[in-house]
Design a protein around this ligand. Structure first.
Ligand code: NAD
Ligand code: ZN
Ligand code: ZN
Length: 387
């Protein structure tokens, strides 16, 4: 099978002779991949990894699987084959896949080293917070092979059917959109509220789309890079340059909420001390600061009375569940999240063969110019070159 796989540290490359995945458990689905997006996490595996991927010679504790493994966790495809117990999807259906894996999936892998099982999962899985699973892992990030490949196998419970009318390239964005959707949902964002996003990378931008879908009254984005501010503006956000107003920045931003007291929500999609502090400064009393960013191990200090005196809520959001995927698919299909905005996020579409040079390398060296690059194994649909 043709795929872009993680072979070992600093070695990701295209190969045409990787083993094709097959259905093992009765509730598995074989998917013919249409499009798969290159994510910052994939680049991170190359530059600083292995992070999620098994180390050379080791196996993944959830699945017992080794390297090499195709990368790719943001994807859409067409069902090619289903296991005997699958009822949720059928051959020919268009699907997206909720990529997180945990206790509830261990029955699929005889070589699992976890003591948790589908019948006796960890506390988080038992309570439905599968995104907080103690053993959380991902399709395409070390547990099982991902979708920079011709075929991928997923458990039925992770497959979400999409309408044949939803373009399969846009459907590949459901995964990053679900990261943002989950952040809104878990933090209690409601229609008519105001929000400021800190950072307009791919996740900040999908958060604009999710906020539009959720009926935000006002969406402002604070971003350092002009090119990214322009982009955020092109999909309907008001923008703010955090360097333009010196020590007054938080006050100026606060006024942009349209309310003297500040914004109802801050979504930190940058993860630096400056954005952490800024969010706390421009949110209103009872405002919510949501940390979406992944931080390194360095702690950040802050003055707790900033939270206490205005009864603010400081919270975070990790990953997604199938409910977020279903909600995003609905929002795309009923027009709440505009398809045109999503299409603008796709900066390039290439074949798997070209994927390392035109996808991975392009994003590593021209991060500011590209948002989302999609790769296809089978040339489903038209390709598009980055400008
Ligand atoms: N919580 C989750 O489940 C989840 C999932 C995926 C990604 N993430 C994380 O979300 C974050 C965003 O991801 P991304 O791919 O968009 O990253 P990115 O690095 O492309 O974007 C970050 C943006 O923040 C901007 N920025 C930096 N300092 C700033 C400042 N002081 N003020 C305003 N903007 C500033 C940068 O210019 C950049 O455009 C990362 O930390 C990523 O690891 C979290
Ligand atoms: Zn990702
Ligand atoms: Zn669990």
């Amino acid at each position: 099978m043709r795929a872009i796989a993680y072979f070992k540290q600093n070695d990701i490359h295209f190969s045409s002779d990787l083993p094709e995945p097959r259905i093992g458990a009765d509730d598995e689905v074989l998917i013919d991949v249409s499009w798969c997006g290159v994510c910052g996490t994939d680049l991170h595996e190359y530059l600083d990894g292995p992070i999620f991927m098994p180390k050379d010679g080791e196996t993944n504790p959830l699945s017992g699987k080794q390297l090499p493994q195709p990368l790719g966790h943001e994807f859409s495809g067409v069902v090619a084959e289903v296991g005997p117990k699958v009822t949720k999807v059928k051959v020919g259906d268009h699907v997206v896949v909720e990529a997180s894996l945990g206790c509830l999936d261990t029955h699929r892998w005889p070589k699992t080293r976890l003591s948790c099982t589908q019948d006796k999962p960890c506390g988080a899985c038992r309570k439905g917070f599968t995104n907080c699973c103690e053993h959380n892992g991902f399709t395409g990030l070390g547990v099982v092979g991902g979708a920079f490949a011709e075929k991928v196998v997923a458990g039925e419970r992770h497959c979400i059917k999409v309408s044949p009318d939803l373009p399969l390239d846009v459907a590949a964005l459901v995964e990053p959109l679900s990261v943002s959707w989950h952040a809104l949902r878990s933090a209690g964002f409601q229609k008519g509220m105001t929000a400021c996003i800190l950072g307009a990378g791919p996740i900040g931008l999908t958060t604009i789309a999710a906020l539009k879908g959720a009926g935000a009254k006002k969406i402002v984005v604070s971003e350092l890079a002009q090119i990214r501010r322009d982009f955020a503006q092109s999909i309907g956000a008001e923008v703010f340059d955090p360097t333009a107003h010196g020590t007054n920045a938080a006050e100026v931003l606060k006024k942009m909420s349209g309310d003297d007291d500040g914004f109802d929500f801050a979504f930190d999609c940058s993860g630096v001390k400056a954005t952490f502090d800024m969010g706390l400064a421009f949110t209103t009393f009872h405002g919510v600061c949501v940390n979406v960013a992944i931080w390194g191990h360095k702690p950040v200090d802050y003055y707790p009375m900033l939270v206490t005196c205005k009864e603010k809520i400081l919270t975070g959001s990790i990953g997604y569940t199938t409910l977020d995927f279903e909600s995003v698919v609905n929002a795309l299909q009923n027009g709440d999240i505009p398809l045109d905005d999503c299409k603008k996020l796709i900066s390039g579409k290439y074949t798997l063969e070209d994927g390392w040079e035109k996808g991975f390398m392009q994003l590593m060296h021209h991060k500011d110019k590209c948002i989302k690059i999609l790769l296809t194994p089978n040339n489903h649909g038209e390709l598009k070159s980055a400008k």
